[in-house]
Write a protein that binds this ligand. Structure first.
Ligand code: BTN
Length: 267
């Protein structure tokens, strides 16, 4: 089995700050939870928590994240961006682009991005990202970016079959998980540099757009107790999804759950 040890990861890592402080645990409940504990106690920019066996992985919207030891990648990055909370959704999109590019670098497969941050191959989810914000004991804001990639295997629970896939199921071969993590961290650092240099998210949004499987599709959006259906028109500069509703009204969703509707079905 490929190793996730800090030594192996450090060997593959080409970054300056992203992932240089590695906290490896053979098993944890949730790397996001552990990262929050570390960040609360002062862990710095770019620290990562990695595990081989995540026992209670958390997904978006209170769901669970399923993974088996040896088959996936589960890690969380502590990020301390100097950004107002309204800009945080943009970082989530940035992370989705970074993961999409890293998967392409390693496998030659080109994943699609389902807004805001699901990564798909063959129409199924191969990676999810959970961004959580908080502040530490000194009152400093931080963000935990939790990334879960299904790398190998096809042993998903019944409720995920047909929706989830691994990179191997999508045709990738011989993936080394440490190299994949190093690749994701490298792309994250690179995109974050672009973001900081340009001062806005537009270059990242452009990259996101080119990989989006949501824009131009009919969608149903749920969140905040509301449900709307319409056509996904595009993204705002902050990363919100612009939707033209079936009643003609245009709206911008800052967060929510999107399902892609079948073309031609106007329900
Ligand atoms: C989603 O619902 O799509 C988000 C899934 C995020 C899963 C990752 S795995 C590593 C990190 N730790 C967690 O508990 N969740 C995230």
């Amino acid at each position: 089995m490929d190793s996730l040890s800090p030594e192996t990861l450090l060997e593959a890592l080409r970054t300056e700050w992203c992932g240089r402080d590695i906290h490896y645990f053979p098993a944890v409940d949730s790397t996001n939870e552990t990262a929050r504990e570390l960040a609360d106690n002062g862990a710095g920019e770019g620290a990562v928590v990695i595990t081989e066996n995540q026992l209670r992985g958390r997904g978006r919207r209170g769901r669970q994240w399923f993974s088996l030891p040896g088959e996936g990648v589960c890690f969380s990055l502590i990020h301390r961006p100097e950004l107002p909370p309204a800009r945080v959704p943009g970082i989530t999109l940035l992370a989705a682009v970074a993961v999409g590019r890293a998967i392409e670098d390693q496998t030659g497969l080109r994943p699609g991005l389902k807004w805001p941050n699901d990564i798909l191959l063959t129409g199924r989810k191969v990676c999810g990202i959970l961004t959580e914000t908080s502040s530490d004991r000194d009152g400093k804001n931080y963000l935990v970016l939790g990334i879960g990639v299904n790398v190998r295997g096809d042993n998903f629970p019944p409720e995920l079959r047909g929706q989830a896939a691994s990179l191997e199921m999508a045709g990738a071969e011989g993936i080394d998980r440490s190299r994949l993590i190093a690749g994701i961290l490298g792309r994250l650092e690179e995109l974050y540099r672009v973001f900081k240099t340009s001062g806005d998210l537009s270059p990242v949004i452009e990259l996101y757009r080119s990989r989006s499987v949501t824009i131009g599709r009919r969608v149903r959006m749920t969140g905040g107790g509301k449900e709307i259906s319409g056509l996904a028109l595009g993204l705002t500069v902050g990363g919100g999804l612009r939707i033209r509703q079936d009643n003609g009204e245009e709206t911008v969703a800052a967060s929510g759950e999107v399902s892609l509707r079948e073309e031609g079905k106007k329900k």
